[in-house]
Design a protein around this ligand. Structure first.
Ligand SMILES: Cc1cc2nc3c(=O)[nH]c(=O)nc-3n(C[C@H](O)[C@H](O)[C@H](O)COP(=O)(O)OP(=O)(O)OC[C@H]3O[C@@H](n4cnc5c(N)ncnc54)[C@H](O)[C@@H]3O)c2cc1C
Length: 451
């Protein structure tokens, strides 16, 4: 046997890649993973949803998380533009199990914990190794060509290649499968603070979502991390946040903190301890989740606006669905797109459930408090969505009554142009606006601004 032959090759060692690799290896497959960075490396996406618990349990990493210094998260709370705060949405109102508590994670440490866990689970992990291309025989993926740390090129072969390359989205870009959400396009500025306000009790672990002024279509996140660090970021329409405001991102960020009363009040007395990071984020989804011999998961498949912190949850759920489909493919010796991609309809239903809630939030005038005043019995369904239980039968029923308060969108593919024709992502007016500071759509990594 060629020593470069494996059952499964995983490209990318973020939460999606490390998780699918760990599960497959623990469940008997020979897996190799390539990650271009050497961890720890900075990444955004710090607040977890509680339903990540079940994937952590399957991949055997719960004890490591419980022993970690990550802050415990019990709830989410919203404040409107006038600073009026909702009642906290405690996850234990709906879930009576230890899975009702999750973590706020420093991603550099969390992602390292997961990739190290993949290695502990029997995955052959290569960090600092870039996948240059996926190798095809006809339309069947058969392996990858990588650039090793010393610059040499090497080929590896497998029955299944998993694309978990995050927003690089290697294969859905190659096939031009990415469909962009026409309405969800945001600019993001964020940084880290020390010594800012934190509630003494279990509310101290909450994610706060603080709406910014009318017309911004935006909000601040306020996420408590370990070592008294708090992540504070604004997400808003690029036209509002950066257009005509010059290139000084630190100045814009500070002006926005100043304008958002519930945010200003909380950071007063603390110190900003990091530079400003900026991202231009578009929500998108791939038209297909698999091809012959390959499968696409995590942000490489789809990205949804970060308002409800659903990114890692969806990445982990996709990792689980992919692991099941890959086992099924081995059991039937059938590595076709149909078999590997068998779960796409279920996955898309789950993502759509979350996407509707995202649209509701951005509806001018919508607030959870207003909605729940009229429909208090829907509180538990909102909590089920906020914990990430998006595949649950009936979870969508909340959108019947919610349609009185907010426009609920049709599924993305229908909304784009009524067919499954993909829109090739192209730089648009927002990229032009931001071109001096932001990289292009297809090469997005956070940019930093020194002060
Ligand atoms: C502003 C913002 C805020 C967010 N907040 C949250 C939040 O609070 N909670 C949450 O759950 N999610 C959040 N997210 C989303 C979250 O960051 C992502 O959904 C999550 O990181 C997806 O994991 P992934 O493994 O698919 O991709 P990634 O974490 O991006 O991992 C992909 C990996 O692939 C590697 N890679 C890429 N190309 C190659 C290659 N050619 N060869 C080898 N390796 C490669 C990269 O180096 C990277 O390490 C947020 C996102 C944004 C933009």
């Amino acid at each position: 046997m060629n020593i470069n032959n494996y059952d499964v090759i995983v490209m990318g060692g973020g939460p999606a890649g490390s998780s699918v690799a760990s599960m497959l290896a623990r469940e008997g497959r020979q897996v190799i993973l390539f990650e271009k960075e050497i961890f720890p490396r900075h990444h955004i996406g710090e607040s977890l949803m509680t339903d990540t618990y079940w994937t952590f349990r399957r991949m055997g990493v719960l004890d490591k998380l419980k022993a970690s210094p990550f802050v415990r998260k019990y709830s989410v709370q919203f404040a409107n533009a006038a600073g009026k705060e909702s009642r906290p949405f405690y996850f234990f109102e709906s879930v009576h199990h230890e899975s009702a508590v999750t973590w706020q994670v420093t991603r550099a440490e969390f992602d390292k914990l997961l990739i190290d866990h993949a290695a502990d689970s029997g995955v052959t992990v290569h960090q600092g190794v870039l996948v240059k291309q996926v190798l095809f025989e006809g339309d069947q993926a058969v392996g990858v060509e990588v650039q090793m740390q010393d610059g040499s090129r090497e080929k590896f072969f497998a029955k299944v290649v998993v694309d978990a390359t995050g927003q690089v989205a290697m294969l859905s870009n190659k096939f031009r499968w990415r469909v962009r959400d026409p309405k969800l396009k945001k600019a993001v500025l964020y940084s880290y603070w020390k010594g800012v306000h934190r509630e003494p009790d279990l509310n101290g672990g909450a994610t706060l979502v603080l709406r910014t002024e009318k017309g911004s279509n935006g909000w601040f996140w306020y996420i408590p991390l370990e070592n008294d660090i708090t992540s504070v970021g604004i997400v808003a329409d690029p036209e509002y946040l950066v257009q005509g405001r010059g290139q000084d991102l630190a100045k814009i960020y500070e002006e926005e903190v100043e304008k958002c009363e519930p945010c200003r009040r909380r950071v007063e007395g603390g110190t900003r301890v990091d530079k400003i990071y900026s991202i231009l984020d578009y929500s998108y989804r791939s038209k297909q989740n698999a091809g012959n011999g390959f499968i696409i998961i995590g942000d490489a498949y789809g990205f949804l606006d970060p308002i409800y912190s659903s990114g890692v949850l969806l990445a982990l759920k996709m990792a689980e669905l992919a692991a099941d489909a890959i086992h099924d493919a081995f059991n039937h010796d059938d590595f076709s797109a149909e078999r590997l991609g068998q779960y796409q309809a279920k996955l898309d239903r789950g993502i759509e459930s979350m996407r509707k809630l995202v649209y509701a939030f951005y509806n001018e005038g919508f607030s959870f408090s207003g909605f729940l005043r009229k429909y208090p019995e829907e509180r538990v369904h909102i909590i089920n969505l906020l914990i990430g239980d998006v595949f649950r039968e009936g979870v969508d029923q909340v959108y019947g009554p919610m349609a009185e308060f907010a426009e609920i969108p049709p599924p993305l593919y229908e909304q784009v142009d009524g067919t499954l024709t993909p829109q090739v992502p192209t730089p648009d007016e927002a990229d032009l606006l931001l071109s001096a500071k932001y990289k292009s759509f297809d090469d997005r990594q956070p940019q930093t601004s020194g002060d």
